[in-house]
Design a protein around this ligand. Sequence first.
Ligand code: SF4
Ligand code: SF4
Length: 521
Amino acid sequence: MCPGGSSASAGVVPTAAAMPAQPLSDLAAAAADAVTRAKIGESDFPHDPDDEPLYAGRKKIYPQHVSGTFRRVKWALLVVTLGIYYFLPFVRWDRGPNAPNQAVLIDFPSRRFYFFFIEIWPQEVYYLTGLLIIAAMALFLMNAVAGRLWCGYLCPQTVWTDLFITVERWIEGDRREHLLRDQQPWRFERAVRAVSKHFCWLLIAWWTGGAWVLYFGDAPTLVKELATFKAPAVAYGFIALLTFTTYALAGWMREQVCVYMCPWPRIQAALTDEYALNVCYRYDRGEPRASLKKAAALHEHGQAAGDCIDCLQCVYVCPTGVDIRHGSNLGCIQCGLCIDACDAVMAKIGRAARLIAYDTDLNIRARQQGGQTTYRLVRTRTVLYAAIIAVVGAVMAYALATRNAQALTIIHDRNPLFVRLSDGAVRNAYAVHIANKHRETQNFVLQVTGLVGADVETIGSDRNPKGEPIIAVGPDQTRQVRVIVTTPQPLEPGASIPLTFSILTADGQVGATATDRFVGP
Ligand code: SF4
Ligand code: SF4
């Protein structure tokens, strides 16, 4: 993490000598902004967080529009992630007859999760465990490589807030216009804009809730049912809940979710190391920060000045209101927008880009002392996280590729454990569950081995010519049958004999096996 870079350091290189001496027209915007801030009583300089009291009321943030590489990356990710979220329920996937054709579907009534060609049954919930492990490791890996990549680019809170801010900017204008309007008394135009903004926010929030419920039923059917008020009440309940949470979190609470509510910044701060890239202000490019005019005056007196001209553009574009020049902190979601803002300023004044950049404090200090910079992408933790992702992913892929299309589970009757018949024979009973994951009905032959001469009887099933029970299970269904195993042979006192239950498929192959015990008196 980059520590505060605001302290001037000895031996800084004066770079302002290279700057053009004439006033710059594009900095007039910054000057105008300063006037605006003066009008509304906003300080020219952000406060040092160390000087602030323990409690402070929320200061509304008016993020300014910015263009640049990181903004383009964020646009692309916003379109991709929201596009996937809103439209995925309408993607179809043909699974043949007797199966839903929605590509991604959480089917609670049938207790199935469908993801394109993958169908997860309730007893295969361990795949979910694998996915959670991979997700956690991916988060750790991102953090080890480049800090809060998740927070800055992919987190739903960031993506939806970005969308809400964009809508707000379209309706209320960019930072300065919005700032001034908020200081004016309520008039018709201001009211219309405010109502329009909240209407658009609610529309997005409602669509967000609506898209969510479409993952739990056939999307086209559910849309029709929702529109005609024939959908289940729980669907309307969840839409209302998600409409409210989206509107509140992305429209009103915004950066407060990241700063106060989300645990990830605290966790990631404990997981990071000195080689992880983070958005840093490169204080090795000189101090003090001074306007072009002040820097020129300093140079005239033989004094140093840094590359930062204190225009505060990096602060104005920040969606969480952070001044990254104070160093990394919990409020910085590392979205990179301040890099774009500062790069634009540097380009205008003819100085090198990336005064703010993804970097490490080690490198900044190394450059300050004239040393070599090092970027260590491959290190123990990154290799370890990547290896865990690869191993868990490979195990899951293997398990998916080789999993049976049928499953068998046995539950021994507990009470009574056994029954002694009048002729001396001993009987044990079992509940046998057979899952048929095929799309057609399957006739499974049940075999029980381990007890020579035992009779196997199932209630309500046919037998094949060999006398073995045949159990028919419908497509994509689970059937429970009661199986009674009886042995006429005398048993040792306290006998506990291992039994193997097998189901044979139509081609005579063993489809699945399970073991239990036969117990005697
Ligand atoms: S300081 Fe920069 S990287 Fe951090 S949240 Fe603000 S704009 Fe994004
Ligand atoms: S945008 Fe760059 S030059 Fe302007 S205040 Fe921020 S760091 Fe300094």
